[in-house]
Design a binder for this molecule. Structure first.
Ligand code: SF4
Length: 326
């Protein structure tokens, strides 16, 4: 069975294979967790050996999908590129269903388990070990073909497949990403204190934001935008990832004033649904900072969500400069 041809036929741009044995990343993860850099992301503590997740697992198939769209959003508030279109979990989920069905037809009786942020698996580490790229100093998986604007998934399997060599690190002496971080979240190359990282602050935690995050209202691409490997980013040509109105350049006023039904109608099939309406409203207030119009602040102070009310009360803690209030 040609696993890589099946992966390509299922829509994946990258495919590599690793043996399902523990690697150095387990010790690195333990050290990172011990320092508390994961903040409120308790699910990181549940990462497990893939052989516990899929009994009899012998191989890990690492998969990648290029999501780069050659589009520059207008000046103002920003959303990370990965969230401009349909939620990638849905898109990759459809591809994974096709891929694992085809694998199963070719190898009846073998086990397959697809993971895309759905199981306690370190997708990036497996992608590096399976040779589809390396983990850069910015902590992102970098493909020499596509750069770092790549979604990852893995399939655990009981099949004993021939492994690929791990990808060597090709960052060299470059340190551009380390000095690009707006909040100083890099403790060292490849070591990120998530508690300062804008994607964590805007998506993964439920407290008011006191850091200067503007212009980023959801996620952040700062350390990827400066990476020289992303100059080679190619158009993915996938309509699913094309920017939808209001997702590449958010209407901050609308995000604060939006009610639940509007939020669900606009965002339920996108990655922007993850922090919920209250999370987006909180983020918008943090980006607006002192520039928040009085009527927006008044509405936020009376919002049913305590999180939104608390963010409104942080006053100047947010940062102005990302104003998009029209
Ligand atoms: S910006 Fe430079 S150091 Fe950072 S990930 Fe890219 S190549 Fe590596």
């Amino acid at each position: 069975m040609n696993v890589k041809a099946l992966a390509r036929a299922s829509g994946f741009d990258l495919c590599g294979i690793a043996r399902a044995v523990p690697g150095e990343e387990d010790a690195r993860l333990r050290e990172w967790l011990a320092k508390g850099y994961h903040g409120d992301m308790r699910y990181m503590e549940r990462r497990r050996d893939v052989r516990e997740i899929l009994p009899g697992c012998r191989s890990v198939i690492a998969l990648g999908v290029n999501y780069h769209v050659p589009h520059e959003p207008p000046p103002g508030a920003r959303v990370s590129r990965y969230a401009w279109g349909e939620d990638y979990h849905r898109v990759l989920g459809r591809m994974l269903d096709i891929f694992t069905a085809r694998l199963g037809e070719g190898a009846p009786g073998e086990g397959f388990l697809a993971c895309c942020d759905t199981s306690p698996v370190l997708e990036k580490a497996w992608a590096e070990r399976a040779g589809i790229g390396w983990i850069g100093k910015n902590g992102c998986l970098i493909s020499p073909r596509f750069g770092s604007f790549v979604f990852l998934a893995v399939v655990l399997t009981t099949l004993d497949l021939p492994p690929d060599p791990p990808h060597p690190d090709r960052c060299g002496s470059c340190t551009r990403c380390l000095s690009s971080c707006p909040t100083g979240a890099f403790v060292a190359p490849k070591v990120i204190d998530a508690r300062k990282c804008i994607p964590y602050l805007t998506i993964e935690q439920w407290r008011p934001i006191r850091e200067r995050i503007a212009p980023w209202a959801f996620g952040c691409d700062a350390c990827q935008d400066v990476c020289p490997w992303n100059r080679k980013a190619k158009d993915c040509g996938r309509a699913e990832f094309a920017p939808r109105p209001g997702q590449d350049a958010p209407d901050l006023r609308g995000w604060v004033l939006m009610k639940g039904p509007e939020f669900r109608a606009r965002f339920q099939d996108t990655a922007l649904s993850r922090p919920g309406r209250r999370g987006l409203a909180r983020n918008a207030l943090a980006v607006l900072g002192d520039a928040a119009p009085p009527d927006v602040l008044d509405a936020a102070r009376q919002d049913p969500s305590r999180l939104v009310r608390e963010q409104a009360a942080t006053g100047t803690a947010g940062a102005s400069g990302g104003d998009r209030t029209s």
